[in-house]
Design a protein around this ligand. Structure first.
Ligand code: GDP
Length: 205
């Protein structure tokens, strides 16, 4: 997929405030500091469309970007940052859970995982919650330039092993780096393929 245009639309405090829209939505989520803003900037070829945060976890807003005038990229608040108030930190915020459960035009959620880390409880809990609620999602292992290919492979395998304890089938897995721009085409092409499929078979989340 070629990104011709990428524009910030607005930020919303809840799914109820998100605008009515027929455009498909592809959302991104992960633990604070996982590299979500950097990935969004890389995907959209912009330097600062999404703010690369120095104070992770502070903003609890749903950020909308219009891509190619045909779909929305949705930047969801990060989870699991210890320095925000307890209420915000409580597992996954209502903002996130309600958006995922209630937004009918959400086609796919990308769950970002820091490739340097072994499986973290909070990520696994979140993924398992997606499974219980039958939310279509894919995994993206970020910051792959920061690990050797051996450690990357090991960490991905460990995640697969943990997920296999609950899941028979694993979701699509991507690896990205904003430094080397690895994975950009793969993620965009996957969005394109889900988009095309949804046009043939309307997607019900
Ligand atoms: P967010 O809180 O999930 O939006 O994470 P950010 O995009 O703000 O990134 C957190 C930190 O990780 C920043 O210092 C980024 O420069 C750094 N970072 C993000 N992605 C990458 C990557 O692919 N490679 C490297 N080396 N650093 C990254």
């Amino acid at each position: 997929m070629v990104i011709r245009t990428a524009k910030f639309v607005a930020s919303y405090p809840s799914v109820q405030k998100c605008p009515k829209s027929d455009l498909p939505e592809y959302a991104f989520i992960g633990r604070s500091n996982v590299g979500k803003s950097s990935l969004i900037n890389m995907l959209t070829c912009t330097k600062a469309l999404a703010k690369v945060s120095q104070t992770p976890g502070k903003t609890q807003l749903i950020n909308y970007y219009l891509i190619n005038d045909s779909w929305h990229l949705v930047d969801l608040p990060g989870y699991g940052y210890a320095k925000v108030s307890k209420g915000d930190r409580e597992k996954f915020s209502d903002i996130v859970l309600n958006y995922i459960l209630k937004r009918e035009n959400l086609h796919l959620l990308f769950v970002l995982i820091d490739s340097r880390l072994e499986p973290q409880d909070i990520d696994i809990q979140f993924i398992n919650w997606l499974g219980v609620n039958q939310v279509p999602f894919a995994l993206i292992f970020t910051k792959t330039d920061k690990v050797s290919s051996m450690v990357l492979e090991q960490n991905i395998e460990l995640h697969k092993k943990v997920l296999h304890e609950t899941w028979e089938e694993l979701p699509p897995i991507f690896t990205t780096s904003c430094v080397t721009r690895t994975g950009r085409e793969d993620v965009l092409n996957y969005i394109d393929s889900v988009f095309r499929e949804a046009k043939i078979t309307p997607c019900q989340v």
